[in-house]
Design a protein around this ligand. Structure first.
Ligand SMILES: Cc1ncc(COP(=O)(O)O)c(C=O)c1O
Length: 377
């Protein structure tokens, strides 16, 4: 068996920023500014500039970043929030946590992102049944690719729904040069270490242009505090990002645009080599993806053999996602749009992700491609 390749390499990037991060850590230690220290405010300003949105509220995780806007809007029992089922659990979990009902929508077979036509039909179904009140949509930028926000926004506007971008994987992704905040009311992201912009623990952020919402989110972040420090005005969380993580992110942000370009190059080489023999996630020409994952479809029950063959060649692969949310134990009692989610079901049987990171050199990538070609040939 050949030497195993890393699925994701965080060490090369760490070595680039280590001195600067350690200098920041040392200052935080000297100051004792562990909670809401100056690095947190500095990061929020820099993220607002990067994302082109007026307000950034950093928080403790990507899950909190999705949960907090639902809390701020008072979404709860009797309300419906439309989400994909082909995603990480947190997208739907937060809806259940506030007592509302996730309603699962199918995705497109080529981009793997929310299908706007299926979304529209599903919203209309819920309206016609009259049991739940449609309140919001959470669209996911799956594997780094920005969702079809112009079409999804149109559905949201026609039905008076809020739109959240779950940009945990796709923060920094653009459509026609614009990020999700050009269409979404709120952009929520995660800084989990393996994300394209990750920290060294848990973290997240919410972005919005709505100043009143931003104030409520800041209150929710610290137990619903109000202007009188002895009077908490709403329910909230211990939702802060800690100062050490902000310090890491400030330094990582300096490399982020360059790393997105590097990921685009790696993805383009994969796609050129594999398009004829597998079906990679399709990306339109006007999209820049952050390529959190590089994912192909291996149909006809050949995925297991494909993965074993790559493993033998020292190439790790991972399945994102093997079981759709609407079939998982905690989620299967919630409604599904239309007559089921055939595309989602099929993708879960076929998808497999290859090693992807900004520091994947061409020689290593050629080894991965050769192993994939041999397995598919
Ligand atoms: C699509 C998606 N949404 C939400 C999350 C939740 O982020 P976190 O793990 O930071 O809570 C993740 C990642 O873990 C994710 O991939």
């Amino acid at each position: 068996m050949s030497q195993t390749i890393a699925f994701i390499d965080l060490a090369t990037q760490r070595d680039r920023i280590r001195d600067r991060v350690e200098a920041r850590f040392s200052r935080i230690m000297d100051q004792g500014s562990f909670i809401m220290g100056p690095d947190v405010a500095e990061l929020e300003t820099k993220l607002s500039n990067f994302g082109g949105m007026a307000h950034t509220i950093s928080c403790a995780s990507g899950t909190d970043a999705l949960l907090m806007p639902l809390m701020a809007w008072g979404i709860g029992p009797g309300d419906a929030v439309f989400v994909p089922s082909f995603t990480f659990a947190a997208t739907a979990e937060v809806v259940g946590l506030v007592g509302a009902s996730p309603v699962f929508v199918d995705v497109l077979p080529d981009t793997f992102n929310m299908d706007p036509a299926h979304l529209r039909r599903t919203v209309e179904e819920v309206v016609a049944k009259g049991q739940l009140k449609p309140r919001a949509i959470i669209a996911v930028d799956l594997f780094g690719q920005i969702a079809d926000y112009p079409a999804i926004r149109a559905v949201a506007d026609d039905h008076g729904l809020r739109l959240i971008s779950d940009a945990a994987q796709g923060f920094g992704s653009t459509l026609d040069g614009r990020m999700a905040g050009a269409w979404a009311d709120v952009v929520a992201t995660s800084f989990y270490p393996a994300k394209p912009l990750g920290c060294y623990g848990d973290g997240g952020a919410i972005q919005t242009d709505d100043a009143a919402l931003a104030d409520v989110l800041r209150s929710i972040r610290v137990h619903g505090g109000g202007s009188d420090k002895y009077d908490n005005v709403r329910l909230g969380l211990t939702g802060r990002l800690d100062t050490f993580q902000a310090a890491v992110l400030i330094e990582k942000l300096t490399l982020f645009s360059e790393e997105i370009e590097a990921r685009m190059r790696v993805a383009a080489r994969y796609t050129a080599a594999l398009s004829g023999i597998a079906a990679p996630q399709a990306i339109a020409d006007d999209i820049v993806s952050t390529w959190a994952q590089y994912t192909i479809r291996v149909p006809d029950g050949r995925r297991d053999a494909f993965m074993s063959s790559l493993k033998e060649a020292g190439v790790p692969t991972v399945i994102y996602y093997g079981k759709p949310l609407h079939r998982q134990t905690a989620y299967r009692h919630w409604p599904v749009g239309g007559n089921g989610l055939p595309v989602t079901d099929r993708l879960c049987d076929e998808v497999v992700s290859l090693p992807m990171h900004a520091y994947l050199d061409e020689t290593t990538q050629d080894r991965i491609v050769a192993a994939a070609q041999a397995a598919l040939g």
